[in-house]
Design a protein around this ligand. Sequence first.
Ligand SMILES: [Zn+2]
Ligand SMILES: [Zn+2]
Length: 333
Amino acid sequence: MSEIRQNMITKDWVIFAPERAQRPHEFIDRQGIVPLPVYREDCPFCIGNERLDNTIETLRIGEKDWQVRVVRNKFPALVPTGDRIRSGTGIYHNVTGFGYHEVIIEHPHHDRHFALFSLTEVEVILTAYLERYKQILTDKRIETIVIFKNHGLKAGTSLAHPHSQLAGLPIVPFHFRMRIDTAIRYFDDNGKCIFCATLEDELEKEERLIMNTEHFVAFIPYAALSPFHIWIFPKRHFSCFSYIQPEELEDLALILQQILAKLYWGLGNPDYNFILRSSPRGERDTEYNHWYISIVPRVNRTAGFELGTGMYINTSLPEKSAQFLREVEIPNA
Ligand SMILES: [Zn+2]
Ligand SMILES: [Zn+2]
């Protein structure tokens, strides 16, 4: 018989069906690892091609031979000009498309990515995230900042050059509000943060842990919504990514790089998204909200069942996937 587990943080229900369960190695991408060129003449993100990308640069780390560049998205969903104005017609409301939509070009070379970066390279990328996060936060019209990465076609990327994105939104998305409501309710009932409580439980059980470093823990949630869905939580309780300390940032570079390398070597470079979920402006200093990173490998497809019920069917058991990833060895560079 299948088991329906509830994710306490997202409140989602997930069906785990043993008859449909796949073993971890069945998720290995058969396409495997396709090599890319170091440089492409037509790629706007390759070093030397900066002129192709006719847009504003908001941050550069390194000088001429830059390490990381942040630019405004050439086809932005939101723009930081004009103002945030709310209006409406009849029962409907709208807000002007004010906000920030930036691209973090993670490396000057075309063929590199997180799984292959050195720790120093990842640290520089995280530093760029942090600097832009803090800078955009000074704009009081911005309520929520999300940093995310789409790796591969199934994760929605159109450009192979390693890059991630940042969106500064003029509102708090409903999705965030729902999670916050759940966290507040848990805090009121139990007097503690639901994320800290989850961390305590996962550290005690150990069966879903993948990595445990000085400041962070990577694990597969008890009711993971999809196969190999991974959460990375900071051990110290804080709600906003902007409060991260230098030694924590260094440690985050380590755990993030190692986890993405485990996916790369273990599952054959699967497509994935990662999302840095920090708290909206008004929730930055709360006892109930805890920022974290979510990694979602795109190894299966959602279908009508998910759309129709809002529930998920996960064909991989979190305990088994965690064990598989714990055992993946990363070859020395
Ligand atoms: Zn490129
Ligand atoms: Zn917490």
